[in-house]
Design a protein. Structure first.
Length: 278
């Protein structure tokens, strides 16, 4: 990703610096990991997966930049450093997010990836779908509507499935799509894994917002509480939330049991979702 930004010209240096900062700020790189875990499981070359993984991370980074802005969560800290809008101003932060969204599709269509044209089409369509109205953006809108109101559990599940789960699904399925396989049974199994692991990931995020340490997490603890957001702990309590996260992780691992591939990395990620401290 750093190499790709270095290749950009210097005609708009402030924007280039902002996208570099927002994209390379650090983080777990969970979505790229899922691309690699699924793709290598299906014998896709890592250098091909580089472009798919980077595209997913560009979408994730843009979503965080916009999510942190004053119009959304107004967060001042991300990964232990100033958020993009704090460091560069809201207007440039907005443009940096927009640029990273466009860069994701530029990466997918780069001929240097070695991906087959038909795979590029499938990958681009999947990323657009999971990142847009039916996925992440739709979930973010539901999240805003859920502030200062108590929503039912079913609505909270839908919110999280879109806001967080959709891009996790995208990463898992895109790793598989890069292989060119048309195996619907395989994709359905991976989709079920991704749904459950996405649920576990988000519930645990809600838990960490309550019990986590700002210094460890790199973002402000109790930020959801301060915004009076609908979360699993707020709705069901902390212990029940932990149990539901663990159950979702177990279901994700169970979904993998029907696959005849080496799923160890995917299994490890499901465990990581509910044992991490950031």
């Amino acid at each position: 990703m750093e190499h790709y930004i270095d290749e950009l010209d210097d005609e708009v240096p402030s924007l280039k610096e902002a996208i570099r900062y927002g994209l390379l700020l650090g983080g777990k790189r969970a979505r790229p990991l899922l691309v690699y875990a699924t793709g290598t499981m299906l014998s896709v070359r890592e250098e091909q997966l580089d472009y798919v993984a980077a595209a997913c991370e560009c979408i994730h980074a843009y979503s965080l930049i916009h999510d942190d802005m004053p119009e959304m969560d107004n967060d001042k800290l991300r990964r232990g450093r100033e958020t993009v809008h704090v460091k560069f101003g809201p207007a440039l932060a907005l443009l940096a997010g927009d640029t990273l969204q466009a860069l994701a599709f530029e990466l997918l269509s780069d001929p240097r990836s070695g991906l087959r044209p038909e795979s590029v089409v499938r990958l681009s369509a999947a990323l657009a779908r999971f990142a847009g109205y039916r996925g992440m953006c739709g979930g973010q809108a539901l999240d805003l509507l859920a502030e200062n109101v108590k929503i039912p559990l079913e609505s909270l599940r839908l919110l999280h499935a879109k806001k967080t789960g959709a891009l996790i699904q995208a990463a898992v399925l895109m790793g598989a799509m890069a292989s060119g396989r048309e195996d619907e049974k395989l994709l359905k199994t991976l989709e079920e894994y991704a749904k459950q692991v996405g649920l576990a990931f988000q519930i645990w995020d809600d838990v960490l917002d309550v019990v986590g340490d700002t210094a460890v997490m790199g973002k402000t603890a109790l930020s959801d509480v301060s915004l009076n957001k609908s979360t699993y702990p707020a709705l069901l309590g902390l212990e029940t939330s932990k149990r539901l996260a663990a159950e979702a992780s177990d279901q994700a691992i169970n979904a993998l049991s029907s696959l005849s591939f080496d799923t160890e990395l995917l299994r490890q990620f499901a465990v990581f979702c509910v044992t991490r401290d950031h």
